[in-house]
Design a protein around this ligand. Structure first.
Ligand SMILES: NC(=O)c1ccc[n+]([C@@H]2O[C@H](COP(=O)([O-])OP(=O)(O)OC[C@H]3O[C@@H](n4cnc5c(N)ncnc54)[C@H](OP(=O)(O)O)[C@@H]3O)[C@@H](O)[C@H]2O)c1
Length: 334
């Protein structure tokens, strides 16, 4: 039986992955949790092939124990969206490095690190990222994920570690996080509180949750993925305006006829972020938000398609429709 350790199994993405893996008879899943972890997304899982390992993410002994006898380690736990610089460093970077070091010590056969298109930093001009483009992360989150990617590349080269880095764009689907996920935009549009910014012509890759889980499973089962970096995304690369139209259509709302010019709002965001640095507070919106939603964050999936024959099964149109159906069902029962 294949033993898999997952961090971040209680999160939006992790809970889908855990559900999928525990349905396989040949897999035993161990979840690394903290005392405060909320298991609500996992409550319907009845499988016996699941083990809850409570530990301290900063404790060497706990990390070492959790990796004993593990074949595959899938590292998802991270702080994302809003956080302090020190927390990104202490958790996203340092904790990841500890797990990776102990994975080598415990001779884990395969490691999967879920990274993000945020490592690329976005472009002003329309552009589709490929894996050999140079990352230039702009946010603390993107920088922390890029630092771990670099560490993994070093471990692959120095120790022949069998690791794969998967870079995902914004993930959407039912059960997403209302405070920081893509669903926040859908929620604002539904409540007529979303003000589009910029010309809406920038390209933005997205990935539906089922497509992402399918990509992680494909990587986990394929030796050819070892030592590789892959972008994953839905097949379609839409402009933010096209995505906005699909969202409005599915919600049955007309959408805003007015777009806030980027040059009017960007200086406001920059001033808030400067003040946040000086006075050490966390802004109420995700860091670099206006720059991010008006930049191009698109990626090609040709490499994973060519090497692992992976392609997304669900279209963005269908994925958004399912997500909005879920959103509406919540809204109706609130
Ligand atoms: N969502 C996206 O659009 C997206 C896009 C690209 C890449 N990713 C990557 O996907 C991974 C999972 O994202 P997600 O959307 O599923 O996030 P999520 O729903 O916020 O889940 C985060 C997970 O990390 C754990 N975690 C967070 N902070 C922690 C801390 N300080 N100490 C210990 N555990 C902590 C949480 O555990 P608790 O239950 O204990 O809080 C939870 O299981 C991340 O690595 C992220 O970088 C996400």
């Amino acid at each position: 039986m294949k033993k898999i350790l997952i961090t971040g199994g209680t999160g939006f993405i992790g809970s889908y992955l855990v559900r999928e893996l525990t349905e396989k008879k040949s897999v035993h899943v161990r979840l690394f949790l903290r005392d405060t972890s909320n298991l609500k997304r996992l409550k319907d899982i009845k499988s016996k092939n699941i083990e809850y390992f409570k530990g301290d993410f900063h404790n060497f002994d706990d990390i070492n124990k959790s990796l004993k006898g593990i074949d595959t380690f899938i590292h998802l736990a991270a702080i994302l969206g809003r956080g302090k610089k020190d927390d990104y460093q202490a958790f996203n970077v340092e904790v990841s490095k500890k797990f990776l070091n102990f994975a080598i010590k415990n001779k884990v056969k395969k490691i999967i690190y879920l990274s993000t298109i945020a490592v690329m930093g976005g472009t002003e001009q329309a552009y589709i990222y490929k894996e050999d483009d140079d990352p230039r992360p702009r946010t603390l989150y993107g920088k922390s994920k890029w630092e771990v990617e670099q560490y993994i590349t070093h471990l692959v080269e120095a120790f022949g570690m069998n690791a794969t880095i998967i870079r995902a764009p914004a993930v959407y689907g039912p059960e997403d996080n209302f405070d920081r996920g893509f669903i926040r935009i859908i929620d604002l549009v539904a409540r007529n509180k979303y003000l589009p910014v910029g010309n809406l012509k920038n390209l933005m890759s997205l990935i539906y949750i089922d497509n992402l889980v399918d990509a992680i499973l494909t990587v986990s089962e394929n030796q050819r993925a070892n030592g590789r970096i892959y972008f994953v995304a839905d097949r379609e690369i839409l402009t933010t305006g096209e995505t906005y139209k699909i969202i409005c259509k599915n919600l049955g709302v007309p959408g805003s006829r007015f777009c806030m010019p980027k040059h009017l709002i960007l200086p406001v965001e920059r001033s808030i972020e400067l003040a946040a640095k000086i006075f050490k507070f966390i802004p109420w919106y995700p860091e670099n938000y206006i720059s991010d939603i008006t930049s191009n964050y698109a990626c090609s999936i040709k490499k994973i398609n060519a090497e692992l024959k992976w392609s997304p099964k669900i279209s963005t149109q269908d994925g958004l429709e399912k997500t909005i159906q879920w959103y509406k069902s919540l809204y109706m029962t609130r």
